[in-house]
Write a protein that binds this ligand. Structure first.
Ligand code: TYD
Ligand code: MG
Length: 458
């Protein structure tokens, strides 16, 4: 009988089994066994390993030389920003996101731009060549330097990779390697294919763009299992039905992970949006209770984002908490702070929160504005449309200082806001804006509530 070349390893505890099992006998978890190739045994003989060890030498820090990263523009300035200033030669870039959000469109545009000066290969494992050509026609692309290959087996496509400088793999879930017998798209296949692409890329200096679909759970067989192999991981956010898409760097060995790019899907492909100033604000701002604007910071820019909340009396025992674009735990925590520290009753209210425009807010600096929006909705009193709020909130109800306070206030001034509620700790640094905008420094959440919702005269 032929010796098995693969084994199944539990991704939770590392248990090894020669055959697939639904449940790991060691840790008891279900669906965790992933196929892996068995590494060939090290060559026998002392001589070989001694020779190999002699060539392994550590280098003193002072003698390590800088590598200069050659960067090439992708032709889309928003993407260059997210990549940290352009595409780095020989890097592995993963673009993740829900199906239909525009990953193939973006990479077709990038491939088209690069093909003006370089040899580019587009490995279309999901679509046929004619489908890709159809998209190219739509995007107005035509080039002889852009090669299409419809192949799902990596070993068969390998030869073609060597000819190109840039390769787009669309998508990693659709390709497979012959070393494993499991189906394309399984955890083992996705990981092994990515590792193979990395070896090819690093040894030959080929730049890979890899498309990865996010599954419903966001993890299984998705881009999550290969984040550690990649140099750069970008995620497309936003609803499929919405025109604006946000590209966010979640890992970048050559740049900041704070960067965000804003794109608009048009009839001629994705277009970078430079004028994002009013994108995340509603037209009827300031009219309804429960909406507050906060200056969000993304590394290279500030954007004013509106947070909207809606409250309705709980019909059943347990109140609902439904945040969109905001962390669930953050919302629950801030509700508790408002109840306990400010005496605002929220335990009998269903609460819905939404960050405008489909953006995801992850900074701690949005805490205070979320509190303001919740208080505004509960009191049914709108917040003035020219007032912005930012600051981090602690469990004791104190308002902590945040990073980039000056930049945020500056953005508020630029956008025509007249008043900004900010942490007292940041007030000193922002004094220079005093003539241009009213600064309301607060130390506690309760102070912010008093400032925004003063007692009405009887
Ligand atoms: P696509 O890039 O294929 O999504 P993904 O590869 O992430 O699954 O397509 C995204 C959607 O965009 C698709 O529904 C068609 C639409 N689209 C446009 O609106 N304009 C265009 O120019 C193109 C090429 C696609
Ligand atoms: Mg696609």
């Amino acid at each position: 009988m032929a010796k098995a070349s693969t084994q199944f390893v539990c991704s939770e505890c590392g248990y090894v089994s020669p055959k697939w099992l639904g449940r790991c006998p060691d840790c008891g978890k279900f669906n965790t066994m992933a196929e892996e190739p068995i590494a060939p045994a090290a060559p026998a003989g002392k001589g070989a390993s001694a020779q190999r060890r002699a060539s392994v030498q550590p280098v003193p820090l002072s003698q390590v030389r800088y590598e200069s990263y050659e960067r090439v523009s992708s032709g889309i300035s928003e993407l260059d920003v997210v990549l940290g200033g352009g595409i780095v030669r020989g890097s592995l870039v993963l673009i993740g996101g829900d199906p239909g959000i525009g990953k193939s469109t973006l990479l077709t545009q990038v491939a088209a731009h690069l093909s003006k000066t370089h040899r580019v290969l587009y490995l279309c494992a999901e679509e046929s060549c004619s489908q890709v050509k159809l998209r190219c026609d739509r995007l107005g692309v035509n080039s002889d330097n852009l090669l299409l290959l419809n192949e799902t087996c990596l070993e068969n496509a390998e030869e073609a990779f060597f000819e190109a400088e840039y390769v787009v793999v669309d998508s990693i879930q659709a390709v497979y390697t012959e070393t494993l017998s499991s189906a394309a798209g399984s955890v083992g296949q996705v990981r092994e294919c990515a590792a193979k692409l990395m070896r090819i890329g690093k040894s030959r200096g080929i730049t890979f763009f890899i498309v990865g679909h996010v599954t419903k759970e966001g993890t299984l067989a998705g881009p999550k299992v290969l984040e550690h192999i990649m140099d750069t991981v970008l995620y497309f956010e936003g609803e499929r039905t919405e025109n604006f898409k946000i590209l966010r760097a979640v890992k970048n060995r050559f740049g900041s992970v704070q960067e965000v790019g804003v794109f608009e899907m048009t009839g001629e492909g994705l277009r970078g949006v430079n004028d994002y100033s009013t994108l995340f604000l509603s037209d009827s701002r300031g009219e309804a209770a429960g909406a507050v604007v906060t200056p969000g910071e993304t590394g290279n820019r500030c954007m004013m984002v509106e947070i909207q909340t809606l409250m309705a009396r709980t019909a059943y025992g347990l109140p609902r908490r439904m945040p969109l674009g905001i962390d669930f735990n953050k919302l629950v925590l801030l509700i508790a702070v408002l109840e306990k520290r400010c005496g605002i009753p929220l335990s009998q209210q269903d609460i819905y929160v939404n960050a405008m425009g489909g953006i995801r807010l992850i900074e701690p600096s949005i805490d205070l504005s979320l509190c303001a929006a919740l208080a505004s909705a509960e009191k049914m009193r709108p917040v003035d449309k020219f007032t912005a709020v930012f600051g981090e909130v602690g469990l004791t109800g104190e308002v902590r200082g945040v990073a980039f306070a000056e930049k945020r206030v500056n953005e508020c001034v630029k956008m025509g806001f007249r008043r900004v509620v900010l942490p007292a700790k940041n007030a000193k640094a922002c004094e220079k804006f005093k003539g241009k905008i009213e600064l309301v420094p607060v130390q506690y959440v309760s102070q912010m509530i008093k400032a925004l919702f003063p007692r009405r005269e009887a």
